[in-house]
Design a protein around this ligand. Structure first.
Ligand code: TRP
Ligand code: SF4
Length: 401
């Protein structure tokens, strides 16, 4: 298994997906699924943590989320789509990781600190809320994913996942005779390859040559004659420590990290300023038409400044270059009116969403198909998850005969 080719990501099912999530994250998933081995997790446990009222809707929301993903182009033949709670292995890994994750690492997470201060009475003071990022780390590490496409808000959680993986490998990847076993494994590579491995390792350890590190890792991935255990040893030996049982995942940020909402703030569900993937053409039009514009344009003849207008921000991520230029120049010269400008944006968004909405309709009419896609996804995810857990249990001394 090559962790650098494996992707995991997830979302909490808490309502319909909006354009910001589509442009910021989902579009990159759709691209990645053709190049990577992708696992996409509907994080229903995460939706419940700290928000017990979600229990009323979480099951419907999970199904709707799957429909939004499928509509956006996530394909069950390329990627594994599954519901977190249908893969109970996530819970076991979370528990095992909780044994080695220092509580202060969680207590100082920004979301925990902020939310905890704001909402004392609700679920924000729960044990689960504190552990939210650790459950997310388990989601990722369970599949030994090297790459996690997320929005910028998730970077602290990714950092935690890396720290936990590193600590796990440090504590449980160690063997009394690690060095001797690693040296023995090198010999098994064959004369030419061992010499290359040794020189790359030396270049990395003595000169910090990252290129050499990556070359050595690629070299290891190609070796089909050594066991997985030896591969993990040699991987860990490159950097000194022990075996790498849980590789450290790196974040992959979307190209459009921040999408402006209808009111000029950040597009978010809670703020009520979002355009949803399944909004009807009429809803899209109503929302855009009511958007505020540059306040300087009181009358049609007043020139405006696009950078002060949320309509312009949406043009930049939805309209093609010609339309953007037309809007920018027309605004500054008062050559176009705001209604015209908004009309062009309505067209661009409708065009972008039309094929998605068509696909969504097919799935809406066939919920059993969606359920079977998720059921199959859970099976495939579990197969992979069980393998990791077997390694983790063994490393932690939990092997019973
Ligand atoms: N916490 C993420 C969010 O709020 C959702 C999530 C759960 C996730 N598990 C994950 C993201 C694993 C990436 C990988 O968006
Ligand atoms: Fe905004 Fe367009 Fe009006 Fe300019 S013309 S203020 S960019 S809506």
């Amino acid at each position: 298994m090559d962790s650098q080719r494996r992707v995991v990501s997830g979302m909490r099912p808490v309502g319909r997906l909006h354009l910001g999530q589509y442009l910021g994250v989902l579009k990159s998933w759709v691209r990645l699924q053709h190049e990577y081995d992708c696992y996409f997790c509907i994080a229903d446990w995460h939706a419940l943590i700290g928000y017990p009222e979600q229990a009323a809707t979480v099951a419907d929301d999970a199904l709707e989320m799957a429909i939004d993903w499928l509509a956006a182009g996530v394909s069950p033949s390329s990627a594994v789509l599954f519901i977190q709670s249908q893969v109970p292995e996530h819970a076991e890994l979370h528990l095992l990781l909780s044994a080695l994750c220092p509580a202060p690492w969680l207590e100082r997470m920004p979301v925990y600190r902020e939310t905890h201060a704001e909402r004392h009475e609700q679920g924000a003071d729960s044990y689960g809320f504190l552990g939210y990022p650790l459950l997310q780390a388990a989601d990722i590490l369970l599949y030994r994913a090297g790459v996690v496409p997320v929005g910028a808000d998730q970077l602290p959680n990714l950092e935690l996942a890396r720290d936990v993986a590193r600590r796990f490998n440090h504590l449980f990847g160690r063997e009394a005779d690690f060095e001797a076993r690693a040296e023995a494994a090198i010999l098994k590579l064959g004369k030419k390859t061992s010499r290359l491995y040794n020189s790359l390792r030396k270049a990395y350890q003595e000169q910090g040559d990252l290129e050499a590190l990556n070359t050595a890792r690629a070299l290891l991935m190609e070796q089909s004659t050594i066991t997985l255990g030896d591969q993990e040893r040699l991987w860990g030996y490159l950097e000194g420590g022990g075996r790498v049982i849980l590789p450290e995942p790196r974040p992959l940020l979307g190209e459009t990290p921040r999408i402006t909402g209808l009111d000029g703030g950040r597009m978010a569900e809670a703020a009520g300023n979002a355009i949803y993937l399944r909004d009807t053409p009429q809803q899209i039009e109503d929302k855009i038409i009511h958007m505020p514009t540059d306040p300087a344009r009181v009358r049609r003849e007043d020139p405006g400044e696009p950078t002060r207008c949320p309509v312009w921000s949406l043009h930049q991520v939805n309209s093609d270059e010609a339309v953007c230029r037309w809007a920018e120049q027309g605004c500054r010269s008062a050559g176009i009116g705001c209604l015209e400008c908004k009309g062009a944006l309505v067209d661009a968004i409708r065009t972008e969403l039309a094929p998605l909405q068509e696909r969504a309709e097919d799935y809406e009419q066939n919920p059993d198909l969606v359920r079977s896609i998720l059921g199959e996804g859970a099976e495939r995810a579990r197969d992979e998850a069980r393998e990791t857990l077997a390694e983790v249990r063994r490393a932690m001394g939990l092997h019973y005969r």
